[in-house]
Design a protein around this ligand. Sequence first.
Ligand code: PLP
Length: 367
Amino acid sequence: MNLMKVSPSASMEITRLAAQMRKSGEEVFTLSIGDTHFSPPTAIRRRLEDLPLEYSHYTDGSGLIELREIIAGIYNGYDSSDVVIVPGLKQGLYCLMCVLPITNVLLLEPAWLGYHSITSLAGKQFTSLNLYDPDWISKLNQTSFEAIVLCHPNNPNGKLFSEKELLEILQIVQKNNAWLITDEIYDAYQYNNSGEISNIFEGYSRLIRCNGMSKSHAMTGFRIGYMLVKDKSLRNLMSIFNQNTITCTPAISQYLSLGYRESFPEISKFRDYYFENRSLVLEFFPEWSSYLPDGGFYFFVNLADYGIFDGDAFCRDCLKDAHVALVPGSAYGTGFDSWIRLSFSLDRTELRKALLALQNYLNENGR
Ligand code: PLP
């Protein structure tokens, strides 16, 4: 059974342990979870107060047409029929992996832990390439693959691919006639300039662009995401899969998301807040400047710099002794056993306290 090939989500597990400690009255700092501390923007919350009853029913399997129109309107060259609404991008990617007529997927590591599990659950194989290898692009050029996932900005290290890298990737993808899956779920949190997926990949018929409301609109609990799929036969397969598994994405979440575009000015303040948080992390850990993320809300750091080589043990002990929850790097691929991921998507006062606790802990336990 494919379930035998996957383990519990490392970030959810450590966050669960942290919640348990908090419940028993201890002060715990959760720097482990990929969630914002904000409430959804006003245009979403306003809708919650006056929910029309019609949204207590099924919708079309691919989503409300009004929502698909709003989303298509944000992207150049798409219309509503290209948009598939999904109950969270995680499920959307699982649906996609199940229906893609391929056996092998290429992942660029460090990679969000969901890709490994989803690919395995869907019965596909994955091959990995390490983004810290200076030759990763030429190695990619020598690898044959049927699909590749590109997370931009990348979770966990916040990397934004440069224009040159995106152009090279596109050439290699075209050579393989592969599916190009872009995960843009952190695109609202960009701090540096980079290559633009819209400008470079648009026009490639096997492109599948993925995004959602979870991170950008502080809506993780509403479970809503979307995928832009140009290939009609793939879209049909996804629709059949969804009709037979989830029926549709919850109508209420879709209705709330009609305020998606209207919220853009407000969510740009979320980004500005985390931009400041990113600087605060560097105030506590100036030695992390080489890990500065271009986007997203995580630092991905190699503790070997402190003479610490077992990230799993470090995260366990750090939670127990310093009450700071972090995610071990081993969850993000091969070769990251001494790394940790730290999330700075917290209220700043809380973040400050957490960073101080971590700083003290590292001073006591590091080299
Ligand atoms: N993609 C990446 C890179 C993520 O980090 C996450 C969540 O952490 C997701 C997709 C899934 O998001 P959701 O299922 O909440 O839409």
